[in-house]
Design a protein around this ligand. Structure first.
Ligand code: MCN
Length: 783
């Protein structure tokens, strides 16, 4: 019997997050809460120019300032780096990558670090940094992806001789028919605004040197394991000499899936000074020093026959890399490269990505990473194609949905399961579209805020990822993960996971999986993570991978524990292992109900080791490493209802309905929370958030006043529903959920805004649909 067929006490139950009590009562431990004796504060002096050459730095006054311990410039530290800052995803052999070191004397974006100051207190370090006299020679900067590709554009990285980082293509031509020959061809160009991640906790780093050449790095990171490996390589340390701890981490949303200059600087300087070195990012610093997301321009084409059968899709994407390649910068847009046909059966497929250097903060993973970008252009263009065909927008979607699973799609991947029709049907049950259309018509006739409804039917690939595929697309690491389950002699159970939660509630959902499999009380299960000295290997948390990879590893580890326990019980009860049944934490002998053994008693017996089968190792624990054979394929249907004030252009979201299929749900409470957060970030893209630079490369939206992060006050209560097609790829039947909302929401909202004003002749509005943009679009359409 597979796990999905069994009755489960915990899987599927809305268990409250065990993480929350400590966090909500201020008992969490974040990096900035730590202050070992002798800690020195590090402050990074950052370039005010987007592109410049540092002619000289006079640090005399800074060095003499009160409390200052040291000042370092790039030249002082050049021997500390055995390798440049790493990029783990060289997407093509020819890809260009500028040298990137933690400090530079040719800053290439506003905020690039040019020196560090170390002082006894933060205030002293900040005051001293103000005293640095840096003589800059400003250089030409380029900030716009399209302009950067024009002849004669300033070079973001002059040594490379071009702003083109790479060109990556994927073409299939199933029918051999040219796209231009199709009955109807619709092409649109979309701008995906640059997004600036705003985790509750900005980044923070504390490096503590040990007595034997070892060092511990505490970091607000999503990737302690990856960080240990890469920092050790860059500093020329044995990996065993570096321990990385991710304590409580206040969110990351992809931005902490990276290895950063400040981590390397703190490590190098703690070893030099033999004192703990701490750096805590200020919110305003977060705006320039932590990676940004998106910033793409995409030309997207759909072609169809007159009856609405879609025959081709084509995407031409220009993606900003920023000034350097961070950990996975070049690969991020490509995470959408296989799903530019969405949930639709489209035989001819062509995508081309051009990575572009600009003098801006590097881009990298931000919730959804590549897949919101794909879904946005598909879903906007589906609406445009429906208009062109004179067809109902949902009918066009239904006609083209993939309905048979597993489905090998034109980009070459196989979607293991899904039911897009069921999700859309359920969405419509909840929505009451007829009533919305009637109200829309009434308002158009009698006045009042205009009403619009928009849809997004989506799928995504997440659960990163089968290692072989990652290798084939030139990503440097694997996509497996690990889990250890240790049954302690008292019946308590320790779980060690290679995932590194930073808000996703793994301590709760992992305990649910283990308590279900082993039939024990959930409170008996402790989940340990985020410390390389405890979980020595792992692949960390991103790409909605933790459940479909790390959670499944847990399942396999539990199976191994049960197998070993079964052998012990068979030996002790003198029965065949095949005659033992295991349920609710107890082994019973078929046909002899009086003979039984609880898992807890087996754990004690395995620890005492008085009576084990010959040759068996004492102890009851097991480790599993799981490499998924396929990606995880969630999907669903979302709808947004907006009101648009014609006079001011203000677009307000009034309803949001989401139906998601994430396979078997382990914890519905956590899943709802993930979907809430995800949708909010998608809505933020559609209506509020946009990072902009002026032509000189000054970040115009450099704080929370000018970069609008929505709060709960701007949002209605979301109506969440689910359909469930369990993944046949893994024994739990699970699919990832962490990014679904972000992927689906932006096009639903934008389609709704356009629906509200379509009768006025408005055909396009770029994101975010700010009051000014909407107002202008209405005015232009009327004139
Ligand atoms: N879950 C479940 N049943 C499912 C799917 C998931 O119960 N069918 C639960 C899991 O057990 C887990 C949580 O939902 O507790 C998320 O699981 P998963 O989808 O595997 O995603 P990850 O744990 O790998 O988290 C990464 C994902 C990403 S990519 C971003 S970005 C993101 C997100 O999670 N960043 C977050 N959610 C976030 N939530 C918070 N609070 N903070 C962030 O920075």
């Amino acid at each position: 019997m597979s796990a999905t067929e069994e009755r489960m006490a915990y899987i599927g139950a809305p268990v409250k997050r065990r993480e929350d009590a400590a966090l909500l009562t201020g008992r969490g431990t974040y990096v900035d809460n730590m202050a070992p004796v002798g800690t020195v504060t590090m402050v990074v002096a950052r370039s005010p120019y987007a592109h410049a050459r540092v002619k000289s730095i006079d640090a005399t006054a800074a060095r003499e300032a009160e409390g200052v311990i040291a000042v370092f410039t790039p030249a002082d530290l050049k021997d500390d780096w055995k390798a440049p800052m790493p990029c783990a995803w060289p997407v093509t052999e020819e890809m260009k990558s500028p040298d990137h070191y933690p400090l530079t004397d040719e800053p290439c974006y506003q905020g690039d670090g040019v020196a560090v100051v170390l002082a006894e207190t933060r205030v002293q370090a900040e005051d001293a940094a103000e005293l640095l006299e840096v003589d800059y020679e400003p250089l030409d900067a380029v900030v716009d992806v399209s302009k950067a590709l024009e002849d004669g554009a300033p070079l973001a990285q002059p040594d490379l001789g071009t702003n083109e980082c790479y060109v990556w293509r994927l073409d299939t031509d199933a029918t051999g028919e040219a796209i231009e020959d199709a009955d109807v061809v619709v092409t649109r160009t979309y701008v995906q605004p640059r997004l600036i991640p705003n985790a509750m906790e900005p980044r923070a780093v504390l490096a503590v040197p040990g007595a034997a050449g070892d060092v511990t790095l505490y970091s607000a990171t999503q990737v302690p394991h990856i960080l240990r490996l890469l920092a050790a390589a860059s500093l020329g340390l044995h990996e065993t000499k570096l321990r990385v701890v991710a304590p409580d981490v206040g969110g990351g949303f992809g931005s902490k899936l990276d290895v950063y200059a400040e981590e390397f600087l703190a490590l190098a300087l703690a070893r030099r000074l033999d004192r703990p070195v701490k750096w805590t990012e200020r919110r305003s610093e977060n705006y320039v020093a932590t990676i940004h997301g998106r910033d793409l321009v995409t030309e997207y084409t759909l072609a169809a026959t007159k009856d609405g059968t879609i025959t081709h899709c084509r995407a031409r994407v220009k993606a900003a890399m920023g000034a350097y390649l961070q950990l996975v910068t070049p690969g991020i847009p490509l995470l959408g490269a296989w799903i530019y046909a969405g949930p639709y059966a489209i035989p001819n497929y062509s995508v081309e990505f051009t990575g572009v250097f600009t003098n801006t903060t590097p881009t990298d993973a931000y919730r959804g990473a590549g897949r919101p970008e794909a879904t946005y252009v598909i879903e906007r263009t589906m609406d445009a194609l429906a208009d062109e065909l004179g067809m109902d927008k949902l009918e066009l979607r239904r006609k083209n949905f993939i309905t048979e699973f597993p489905a090998t799609i034109a980009s070459g991947l196989t979607i293991d399961s899904g039911d897009y029709v069921a999700s859309l049907d359920k969405l419509l049950e909840v929505l009451d579209l007829d009533a919305i259309r009637a109200e829309q018509a009434k308002r158009r006739e009698h006045g009042g805020p205009l009403l619009g409804v928009g849809f997004s039917t989506y799928n995504e690939m997440c659960g990163l990822a089968p290692s072989r595929i990652l290798g084939a697309i030139r990503y440097a690491a694997g996509g497996w993960d690990t889990a250890t389950i240790r049954c302690l002699p008292t019946g308590s159970i320790q779980v060690i996971t290679g995932t590194s939660p930073h808000g996703q509630g793994h301590e709760t959902s992992w305990a649910q999986i283990v308590a279900d499999r082993l039939g024990c009380d959930i409170d008996a299960v402790e989940v340990l993570h985020g410390d390389t000295s405890i979980a020595s290997i792992g692949m960390d948390t991103y790409g909605s991978r933790s459940l479909p990879v790390g959670g499944v590893a847990l399942y396999h580890a539990a199976e191994k524990v049960i197998d070993k326990a079964r052998q012990i019980v068979a030996h002790q009860l003198e029965v065949s292992a095949d005659d033992l049944e295991f349920a609710d934490g107890t082994f019973t002998v078929k046909g002899s109900p009086d003979k039984e053994a609880t898992l807890a008693s087996v754990a004690f017996g395995a620890w005492a080791a008085h009576d084990l089968p010959d040759g068996m190792e004492p102890g009851l624990e097991a480790t599993a490493v799981y490499d998924p054979p396929n990606f995880s394929w969630p999907g669903g249907a979302h709808a947004a209802v907006v009101e648009v004030d014609q006079e001011t252009g203000d677009a307000r979201l009034v309803r949001y309905v989401a139906v998601d299929d994430v396979g078997t749900v382990v914890n519905p409470l956590i899943v709802d929370g993930q979907v809430h957060g995800g949708i909010t970030q998608g809505i933020a893209t559609a209506l509020y958030e946009e990072g902009t630079y002026d032509d000189e490369g000054n970040l115009e939206t450099a704080n929370l006043l000018s970069y609008l992060v929505p709060s709960a006050a701007e949002l209605p209560s979301f109506e969440l529903e689910r359909t469930e097609s369990p993944s046949p790829t893994n024994p739990l039947g699970v699919k990832g959920v962490g990014e679904t909302g972000t992927i689906a929401a932006a096009p639903a909202v934008m389609n709704a805004v356009l629906d509200a004003v379509s009768h006025l002749g408005v055909k396009d509005i770029q994101m975010p649909a700010t009051p000014e943009r909407v107002w202008r679009a209405i005015r232009e359409a009327k004139s």
